[in-house]
Design a protein around this ligand. Structure first.
Ligand SMILES: CC(C)(COP(=O)(O)OP(=O)(O)OC[C@H]1O[C@@H](n2cnc3c(N)ncnc32)[C@H](O)[C@@H]1OP(=O)(O)O)[C@@H](O)C(=O)NCCC(=O)NCCS
Length: 213
């Protein structure tokens, strides 16, 4: 049974190592195949700005999963700002994996504009101001570690009086969607294309989900 605890500064290196493998096998595993910049977008800001909402699952002294929560997204730069910063800082346009992502992304965005189809965007709604990301290493999936992380996060939402929480996953991440539904989240809004992203060659679609205490 996993023990759940709050992130501490000493966890940085081990958590950073877990980050690179905890998403394995899921359509959300990698954005453009460059770990450092992806950690700079999806992990580092949470360690810096919301450490009290960052929970770790530990089995036999080793980290096996984490949940990066945030009660109020305005304490972080927006996801697109974080992406733009990472693109400049890591000169991603010059790297083959990310460059292919940007090329696909431009084609997808142009195609969607011609077809007048929406594309993925960030979610802002005062009813669900909190948000989360969760990743559990393959060896700890199906063991209850993810449930325990979510229970701790729900406690924090209740304790702080937050009105609710949203998350953004992918329609194609069916295991995660089933998990979030079992945790009480409901699908919310449209499921637009995520430009640039592919899994097994297939285009992927954003799934927003919401939960209220
Ligand atoms: C999403 C995640 C946190 C869920 O935790 P979990 O411990 O796997 O949750 P569950 O055991 O409840 O499994 C969820 C579903 O997957 C099914 N499942 C179990 N083992 C499976 C396997 N080996 N392969 C595929 N699906 C499996 C479960 O049966 C369950 O479906 P059901 O509700 O229809 O029965 C975890 O799978 C994970 O970290 N995945 C990779 C990263 C990810 O997708 N994160 C979410 C990004 S938004």
């Amino acid at each position: 049974m996993a023990e759940i605890r709050t992130f501490a500064e000493d966890d940085r290196a081990e958590l950073r190592e877990l980050f690179t493998r905890a998403g394995e096998g899921a359509p959300t595993a990698s954005l453009w195949g460059h770990e450092e910049s992806e950690a700079a977008i999806y992990l580092d800001p949470y360690m810096e700005s919301a450490p009290d909402s960052l929970f770790l699952a530990v089995v036999d002294g080793a980290l096996v999963g984490y949940l990066t929560g945030c009660l109020d997204g305005s304490v972080l730069p927006s996801e697109s700002e974080r992406m733009e910063t990472a693109i400049r800082r890591y000169r991603l346009i010059l790297r083959p994996g990310p460059a292919a992502f940007f090329a696909r992304s431009m084609v997808d965005t142009a195609r969607a504009a011609i077809l007048r189809e929406p594309t993925a965007g960030e979610f802002e709604d005062a009813r669900w101001p909190a948000h989360l990301h969760i990743n559990v290493a393959p060896s700890a999936r199906g063991t209850g570690a993810a449930d325990a992380l979510m229970d701790r996060w729900f406690d924090r939402i209740r304790e702080t009086g937050s009105p609710g929480c949203h998350l953004q996953t992918l329609v194609e991440n069916t295991r995660a969607v089933r998990f979030f539904e079992r945790m009480g989240f409901a699908k919310h809004g449209p499921t637009p294309l995520v430009p640039g992203l592919r899994y097994g060659g297939r285009r992927l679609h954003q799934q927003t989900m919401v939960w209220s205490p």
